[in-house]
Design a protein around this ligand. Structure first.
Ligand code: PHE
Length: 464
């Protein structure tokens, strides 16, 4: 049955053969853990709370949820479809499904984004490791707010300390990715994601039971739409991309490891819901504590590294909760970093015919090297600017504001205008075994809604 279908589509015949050896996720739970692990990251726990704080709270969250449902979910599904249909990496997928066309450039752009994102993501992830150690050793206790701020500024501008942590973080990421999908990424995601959930629930319970904490809940869930700005809407949509790991081939690559019998619609929905719930739980862990201790909710990117140590300091047993919190951040960052590295590794292994081990070591080493100037941009090399951005901000801005939205736009357009309804139907219905009643709507979103909405974010990112 499966082979017949493959024959019908004409292109997959040889491929099925070659791909006998291709690694896949072993179980549904494993797929969800890995894909949710990719989505849930620094974006949820570090970035989502502070952009919510800066953009006025509940009303911003409602708009973010709309963006996730209307744009994010369809883009994720689109990536899963392209990946699983082609059984290839981000570049090979487009070569397979649209041979002889320039569509493969979308994959090249994704691989380039992966290099750039992980270069700075690894640096921030390294900070979380330093902060776990600091918290465990009780370094913050007795420090005043100013001292805590100086400690953070001093640490990130130090010429070598953050780099050592970045190297350690990248090495751990590479060690997991070397072992492949089932025995590496899936296995560790299945251990790390439940840990993450456990820790975040403990932190929520602590935060919500602090006297005065309920004001934080109100800030999160009682909307005031007069606070919404056009800019806030666009930030919300951009963050939906970053948070769901979309537009640069991560979900496409993971999709290629999903077995043909699985329902892609179900998996995309479950991953999207998990990512959103964890972002909300992160808000519930952070804002009640912030309000309980009368700290401003809109303190920006320093919220978790500067504001929270103050909060933990004032709590009984604070250093334990601080250590748990930074461990949570590190775990979230690790499962995301694995997925970013996998985009480039799968491309290098399949298209450049390198062994997985060599590819992983080489790619991780290059990314770490690019990360060094992005770490130094916080200190000794702060004066080196591209446009008006330092190297760290340049990597963040170019990927989040340009490459990811552009990638998402092209991916949905590819589904809507190139792949076509028949092949999409085959993938979504798991080759006719599952009933799907949303194909018309999905194709409409891919053809029109998603590209137009994304174009708006994209233009905003450039014109800003
Ligand atoms: N989604 C991750 C986060 O929220 C970041 C990420 C972006 C991961 C792109 C993979 C690809 O932190």
């Amino acid at each position: 049955m499966m082979n017949e279908k493959a024959n019908e589509s004409g292109q997959n015949v040889n491929n099925n053969f070659e791909n006998k050896e291709r690694d896949t996720f072993g179980s549904r739970l494993g797929i969800i853990a890995a894909a949710a692990g990719s989505a849930i990251g620094l974006g949820n726990i570090w970035k989502f709370p502070y952009i919510t704080g800066v953009n006025g709270g509940a009303a911003f969250i409602i708009i973010y949820l709309l963006c996730i449902a209307v744009i994010g979910l369809p883009v994720m599904l689109a990536e899963f479809i392209i990946g699983r249909r082609s059984q290839k990496n981000a570049v090979g997928a487009f070569k397979e499904l649209a041979p002889g066309t320039p569509w493969f450039l979308v994959g090249i752009m994704g691989a380039a984004s992966a290099f750039m994102i992980l270069a700075y993501y690894g640096v921030v992830a390294g900070w979380t490791l330093e902060y776990i150690v600091k918290a465990i050793s009780g370094a913050f206790s007795g420090m005043g707010p100013q001292e805590i701020e100086n400690t953070f500024a001093g640490f990130i501008s130090n010429p070598w300390r953050p780099i050592i942590w970045q190297v350690i973080f990248m090495a751990i990421t590479a060690l997991i990715v070397i072992s492949g999908i089932k025995d590496g990424i899936e296995k560790y995601s299945k251990i790390l994601m439940p840990m993450l959930l456990g820790i975040i629930l403990i932190l929520c319970a602590r935060s919500l039971t602090l006297p005065g904490g309920l004001r934080g809940v109100e800030f999160l869930f009682n909307p005031d739409f007069s606070e919404v700005t056009a800019q806030g809407v666009l930030i919300a949509l951009g963050h939906a991309f970053f948070s769901l790991s979309l537009g640069m081939g991560t979900m496409l690559t993971y999709g290629s490891y999903i077995k043909k019998r699985e329902s892609l619609g179900k998996i995309a929905t479950q991953v999207t819901i998990s990512d959103t719930l964890i972002a909300l739980l992160a808000g519930l862990a952070i804002f009640p504590a912030v309000f309980a201790f009368n700290i401003e909710p809109d303190s920006g990117p320093g919220l978790v590294f500067v504001t929270l140590p103050n909060v933990f300091n004032k709590m009984p047993g604070g250093s334990i909760f601080a250590a748990l919190f930074f461990l949570l951040l590190a775990i979230a960052a690790l499962t995301s970093a694995m997925s970013i590295l996998e985009v480039v590794v799968s491309y290098t292994v399949e298209e450049l015919k390198m062994s997985r081990r060599t590819a992983t070591v080489l790619v991780a080493a290059i990314i770490t090297l690019i990360g060094i100037p992005s770490s130094l941009a916080m200190g000794p090399w702060a004066g080196f600017k591209i446009g008006n951005l330092n190297f760290f901000d340049f990597l963040d801005w170019t990927t989040a504001s340009i490459l990811m939205p552009l990638g998402g736009l092209l991916i949905t357009a590819f589904i809507g205008w190139h792949l076509g309804k028949k092949r999409v139907q085959e993938e979504l219905s798991a080759e006719g075994t599952i009933k799907v009643n949303y194909i018309g709507l999905f194709m409409f979103v891919c053809k029109f809604i998603a590209p137009i909405a994304i174009a708006a974010v994209f233009l905003y990112g450039i014109l800003k």
